[in-house]
Design a protein around this ligand. Structure first.
Ligand code: PXG
Length: 457
């Protein structure tokens, strides 16, 4: 039996990234409230949210300071646009704050309502940049297989998800995809491929150079990538990958777009993963942790080279959104960043809680159905396998991941599957005791998954 609320939802709510027909039978879990790293559903279940919502609640749930700032800003100025030669304090102050935390050569911020809008903005900015530079043939974006850059037409096109391209005739023209640096998929689980992670990192990066030579530098606008792939399954490149990408990009005149929507605002123990990986992006799309998800806001941090051309030579930039720099969202984002700073949350990730989380997550590598664990900062993943020697998968069609997720939810832990990869991205404020709870629940979940498939030795 569905509750009244579930029934309303079934009758009238068309849900994102869901099989709405299947959900109509099952009914959705109603999330009622949240505190710290926990969410509570309408049945009274308490779940440790090891995904921080959708990779975004960096500061944790229930921060009254953010509520207070939102309330005050709503009373003072709930809305005004930034189009009519106007600005307001929250947008101006937030832009300054973000520029102060970004790499030194990045000093301007264009605001959007989401990460997808940020990538649509990147697309138009980059193409406009090359037109203004007198190189109008430089239009093609090179992205990577299995990348996630959003769900709008441009976002999904830049992304490398086949199941998204299959709906809506994507990608649009002018987007190409090259190899992803996914060592487990491409090497560890294939008997006939014998490369070290370092050798594989170089090989994956060189697919970019191959593509550049194929299409011609004069036709390529930018390379876009997540510093580590998030929605693709927490894919952390081998140490050789980014240096090789940098070598290739410096040889050709191609812009680097580092999509920091997941990795920004402390997730790697630095403000931005570009600082962790020593990257010099021309543009960085941001969202999610910018406001810890309390209100929707995103943006593009623009490096000096692109900003100077667009601003000095460009005249009007005919692009923007009703909610660009929304004052309430911007005020909340600013306060969120101030709290991350004043409470030393990013330093704590680097020096304390990330090392602890990663040390404990590594214990799961010993489990009989785990082929690999990996992690960085406050993200981690593991690969479900039937046999550790061959890394053969448990069941066809990546079904084991969904089964594992269901056990995890029943155990009070939100850990999610990407195929047969189980991933976490908890709030940055998670305590040691909560990490212990996460690991214990994950172990129990793996035991149950192994038992379900009769894999207990
Ligand atoms: N870039 C990256 C790297 C992302 O992870 C976006 C852009 C788009 O942001 P918006 O705010 O438009 O959603 C994202 C979003 C998942 C999942 O299943 C991940 C995202 C969104 C929805 C689902 O992991 N990431």
């Amino acid at each position: 039996m569905h509750s009244d609320l579930q029934q309303k939802d079934i009758n009238h709510h068309f849900k994102p990234f869901s099989d709405n027909k299947e959900l109509a039978e099952q009914g959705s879990r109603v999330i009622a409230h949240a505190e710290g790293v926990y969410i509570f559903d309408s049945e009274g279940n308490k779940l440790l949210d090891a995904m921080a919502g959708l990779w975004c609640v960096n500061i944790g749930y229930g921060r009254q300071e953010l509520v207070d700032v939102a309330t005050a800003q709503m009373s003072k100025l709930p809305y005004y646009n930034l189009f009519f030669k106007t600005t307001h304090a929250p947008a101006a102050k937030l832009a300054e704050k973000i520029a102060s935390l970004a790499p030194a050569h990045m000093n301007k911020v264009f605001f959007t309502g989401s990460g997808s809008e940020a990538n649509d903005t990147v697309f138009r900015m980059v193409r406009r940049f090359w037109d203004l530079e007198g190189k109008p043939t430089k239009k093609t974006f090179i992205s990577r297989e299995n990348a996630y850059h959003g769900s709008t037409v441009v976002g999904a096109s830049l992304g490398g998800m086949g199941y998204m391209h299959a709906q809506g005739d994507l990608p649009i023209a002018g987007v190409e995809h090259v190899e992803q640096p996914y060592f487990f998929k491409e090497v560890s689980s294939k008997a006939d491929v014998d490369l070290t992670p370092e050798e594989f990192g170089i090989k994956a990066a060189q697919s970019l150079e191959t593509k550049i030579l194929e299409i011609g530098e004069e036709n390529i606008a930018a390379f876009i990538a997540e510093p580590f792939q998030g929605a693709g399954g927490v894919i952390i490149p081998p140490s050789t990958y980014w240096p090789e990408i940098k070598r290739i990009l410096s040889k050709y005149d191609i812009l680097l777009v580092v999509d920091e929507v997941i990795s920004g605002f402390g997730r790697t123990g630095e403000w931005f993963a570009s600082q962790h990986f020593d990257l010099k992006p021309d543009l960085m799309p941001i969202a999610k942790g910018l406001s810890s998800g309390y209100l929707p806001i995103g943006g593009v941090i623009v490096g000096d080279r692109v900003a100077e051309t667009l601003i000095e030579k460009g005249g009007d930039f005919n692009h923007g959104f009703t909610y660009s720099g929304h004052p309430v969202a911007a005020a909340v984002a600013l306060k969120n960043i101030e709290l991350l700073e004043s409470e030393g949350i990013v330093e704590r990730v680097k020096n304390d809680i990330s090392p602890y989380l990663q040390k404990r997550w590594l214990e799961l590598a010993d489990h009989p159905i785990v082929g690999e664990t990996r992690g960085l900062g406050m993200v981690a993943g593991l690969e479900l396998v039937k046999d550790k020697a061959t890394n053969e998968r448990i069941a066809p069609d990546s079904k084991a991941g969904g089964i594992c997720r269901d056990f995890s939810m029943a155990n009070g832990l939100i850990m999610r599957p990407c195929g047969d990869t189980m991933i976490i991205s908890p709030p940055l404020v998670i305590s040691h005791a909560e990490v212990d709870e996460l690991i214990e629940k994950a172990k129990k979940t793996l035991d149950q998954t192994a038992a379900f498939y009769n894999l207990v030795k």
